[in-house]
Write a protein that binds this ligand. Structure first.
Ligand SMILES: *Cc1c(COP(=O)(O)O)cnc(C)c1O
Length: 324
């Protein structure tokens, strides 16, 4: 069965390239390493949210909405890409940011430049602020469209079903044989979409999400539920997925967005060996985890691993002191 994709806006530069990482591979004396460059999706700094927003904003427009609202941390890549997508579509954008940052840099600077309205969560919950902003917009005659954290609903996850179709075409054209996909998993929409796509397009390898914040069991349950809902949304056969959702939560301490030596070493190593930038919150942690797993012998030299780069590099500029 092929997915019945809804309409998507042409926001992303696709297909994103696949590149080999020969110097990192040699250094690790481990499996053959490749990277899928979703940091190059092209929308004001790029990243995985651009693919999701292509579907989400198409739905917003179809519903006649003239404003988008979403929620995230102060350095959220999702919020920055939402602000950019809204600007490009001529929609207003309100961002509910979960803690107050005095320093305006990284993604936060870009949100300002992109013209988003910023609301800081202080004493209320993010949900309460969202409700207040929604009511305000409605009373002003606007029609807001609410995008959940990370764009992780069936509409957003659809983008990663399609991304797996894109990957399978590249694998075939380039005669690649990928055994394992490794990527950073946060709100789960990316991994849920990939899993549905893996089924729909017969990807035979494993998909391993490195959790950046949530305990594995919790995230697995959420991903399995979202994958099932996404498959239904696209008119695909649904399969029991919970046992196939692979999440590693060994690297979630000391918490979301807290930079440790794991991320710092991974960022520096990949930059210096491959000229490739990772981000401090997601891809730095996921690559740090992958390097650690390789050192522990979790993969054989004969295996091929695709690290799916999900973007986030503008956040590097918010971590200057910890990275030098
Ligand atoms: C949001 C994000 C992720 C995680 O994607 P989810 O779909 O939320 O799991 C990974 N990497 C980067 C850079 C992100 O911004």
């Amino acid at each position: 069965m092929t997915p019945n994709y809804p309409h998507a806006l042409p926001l992303a530069h696709l297909p994103t390239p696949i590149e080999r990482l020969p110097r990192l591979t040699e250094l690790m004396k481990g499996p053959d390493l490749y990277v899928k460059r979703d940091d190059l999706t092209g929308l004001a700094g790029g990243g995985n949210k651009t693919r999701k927003l292509a579907y989400l904003l198409a739905e917003a427009q179809a519903q006649g909405c003239d404003h988008v609202i979403t929620i995230g941390g102060p350095q959220s890549n999702h919020c920055r890409q939402t602000a950019a997508a809204a600007a490009r579509c001529g929609l207003g954008c309100s961002l509910i940011l979960k803690s107050h940052e005095k320093e305006i840099n990284g993604n936060l600077l870009l949100n300002h430049l992109l013209g988003a309205h910023l609301y800081w969560v202080a004493d209320e919950t993010p949900a309460a602020v969202t409700e207040r902003v929604t009511k305000q917009l409605l009373s002003m005659g606007h029609k807001p469209y609410l995008i959940p954290v990370g764009g992780s609903n069936v509409v957003g996850a659809t983008a990663y079903v399609e991304a797996m179709e894109e990957l399978m075409a590249q694998i075939e054209a380039q005669h690649l044989n990928i055994d394992v996909i490794v990527h950073a998993s946060g709100s789960g929409g990316t991994q849920a979409g990939m899993l549905v796509g893996a089924h729909a397009f017969n990807f035979r390898g494993e998909i391993l999400g490195i959790s950046v914040s949530r305990p594995a069991e919790d995230l697995r349950t959420q991903i399995a539920a979202l994958a099932t809902a996404t498959a239904t949304h696209l008119g695909l056969e649904t399969v029991a997925l919970h046992d196939q959702v692979r999440v590693n939560d060994d690297y979630i301490e000391p918490g979301y967005g807290v930079l440790t030596d794991l991320e710092k070493e991974a960022i520096q190593l990949v930059a210096q060996k491959e000229g490739l930038l990772l981000d401090p919150v997601y891809t730095g942690r996921a690559m740090g985890g992958l390097i650690d797993l390789i050192r522990w012998g979790a993969f054989t030299r004969a295996q091929r691993i695709l690290f799916w780069h999900t973007g986030g590099t503008p956040a590097l500029h918010a971590y200057t002191q910890q990275l030098i």
